[in-house]
Write a protein of this length. Structure first.
Length: 331
């Protein structure tokens, strides 16, 4: 019997998303930006998976692709018992079925200023999905809208105001209320605190944790801030140049990192106390272009431990004794 806490609610297999490059010359052949290249992971019900890495590694692209907001190049995504798409087997959920599932899969966007329509009142923004998916009877829409706003720390009278009248933290609460109004099971959180002040970030994160416990939500939390991911998430997946290089429990990945890239990311986290001593690992160069990927291990151009094997051979995925998965020739 599968325990509820072990039930897989979201599963991604070999996901790929390539963007064709518009070439300036007439040389034959197509070039692609391999934004996501063979990513696989699963998320257990009522847990939080943190996706962390440098800007440009493909984190946000994964979030949009798994929800069907961006068409995939390859791979399979399964939500509960529903296959959203399976490119290799030419399977794709119908538009009508996808529309029904939209209420169960929601997204909180990074920019609270750009994600809200300035021409609509807060009440219109939050209630739009409620009306579309008929979450409650028509006569209860206003009551449901006020309930969602109050759950997210906003006064019920906020529904008559417009987005420009609110601060960044308040706007993000509106975005959370909009997602929560659909009664979702799974939410993609695309760097929801990146555009906010540090003092406001903790408030938003605590709100999201409270809502998760209250409604039994499951999160895919995308961020470049390792200290936030460590304290907020149950599991962490570290991305580099379109691929996951390490994945495990938040405790194991942060306190006992295996991949050299993970170690470098963690070493860049600011110290918590003046007496704390931390070795700073400085990586040479910058992330290579996703159009012209390095041979072998994609991290070898910046890795202090690289060998000839790293340059010529791609590492395979290995599960270590602490149940952490890692793609590195060292292991």
């Amino acid at each position: 019997m599968i325990r509820k806490e072990d039930k897989i609610i979201f599963e991604v297999s070999n996901l790929k998303k390539y963007y064709q490059v518009r070439k300036k010359s007439f040389i034959r052949g197509k070039e692609y930006v391999k934004s996501v290249d063979g990513v696989s992971f699963s998320i257990k019900e009522n847990t939080i998976l943190g996706l962390v890495g440098e800007s440009g590694c493909g984190k946000s692209t994964i979030g949009k692709t798994v929800l069907g907001l961006t068409p995939p190049t390859g791979g399979k995504v399964k939500f509960g018992d529903n296959v959203i798409f399976d490119v290799e087997n030419n399977i794709k959920i119908s538009n009508s079925e996808m529309t029904k599932l939209r209420s169960e899969m929601q997204i909180i966007f990074q920019d609270p200023y750009a994600s809200l329509d300035p021409r609509k009142s807060v009440g219109q923004i939050v209630s739009e999905g409620i009306k579309k998916h008929k979450i409650v009877p028509k006569g209860n829409i206003e009551e449901k809208t006020k309930e969602m706003l109050e759950l997210c720390g906003l006064d019920a009278t906020s529904m008559f105001r417009y987005p420009h009248e609110f601060s960044g933290g308040q706007r993000q609460r509106i975005g959370i209320a909009r997602a929560l109004a659909m009664n979702p099971k799974f939410i993609v959180c695309d760097e929801p605190t990146a555009a906010l002040d540090v003092s406001i970030q903790s408030q938003i994160l605590n709100l999201m944790l409270d809502l998760k416990d209250k409604f039994g939500l499951t999160y895919l939390f995308i961020s470049h801030n390792f200290s936030v991911v460590k304290s907020f998430c149950d599991e962490i997946a570290v991305m580099y140049l379109g691929q996951i290089v390490e994945k495990g429990s938040a405790y194991e990945v942060y306190d006992n990192p295996k991949h050299p890239y993970t170690k470098a990311l963690i070493s860049s986290v600011p110290i918590q106390h003046p007496d704390e001593v931390k070795e700073r690992i400085t990586l040479e160069g910058s992330m290579p272009s996703a159009v012209d990927l390095p041979s072998g291990c994609r991290f070898h151009t910046r890795c202090p431990y690289k060998t000839e094997r790293c340059i010529n051979e791609s590492p395979t995925w290995k599960i270590l004794d602490n149940k952490t998965g890692v793609a590195c020739h060292i292991y």
